[in-house]
Design a protein around this ligand. Sequence first.
Ligand SMILES: O=C(CO)[C@@H](O)[C@H](O)COP(=O)(O)O
Length: 227
Amino acid sequence: MAQINPSILSADFARLAEEAKAVEGADWLHVDVMDNHFVPNLTLGVPIVEALSKATDTPLDCHLMIEDADRWAPQYVEAGAGSVTFHVEAAAAPVRLAREIRAKGARASMALKPATPIEPYEDLLPELDMLLIMTVEPGFGGQAFLDIMLPKIRRTRELISKHGLELWLQVDGGVSATTIERCAEAGADVFVAGSAVYGAEDPAQAVRALRVQADTATAAAAWACGH
Ligand SMILES: O=C(CO)[C@@H](O)[C@H](O)COP(=O)(O)O
């Protein structure tokens, strides 16, 4: 089943605990950590992740859009994240880092910016629990989905299948009722949605509706493949 992870970047930061509760029923809460160096925006860090992890039963999916990922990522596991995503562009030793995240008890995930290809990292896939393909330039919510990322999603799904891996394939950026089906058909199974969830009148209902759309598109694509 598709997983829908609301991005708190689109939530009200003055009411983070309530905003986390508003999407209980979501699979994970996506926490955007930005340092104003790796991306031109600044959000939150370890203390807020620690507080959020105590404020909600939904596991935290921390997406680190920060430099020096090797140094910081383990601290997010200690702060209570269930999944930690580092950018390959910001990690000096991605294999060592993925192993450290797993050894500390979290799921290890690696993200690729839109211009970063998947092919050079094929051999790293077994070290990961999830791969994140950015479908916008990281840094801000509310941007338009980059259709040109669909072939990369498709190629990544093929590599995952070729290696027989259990790896989750996450997409993030511009995911909404109008784009989620294309992502699911291309092979994504974890969907981050910020404005499409927190901009909705009923965020929990928006999560359920996106999940149904993704599941329907995945099933239709599988049926079409078999015929
Ligand atoms: O990481 C990011 C942006 O850098 C995302 O998580 C966005 O926050 C998603 O927001 P929408 O595009 O869904 O509004």
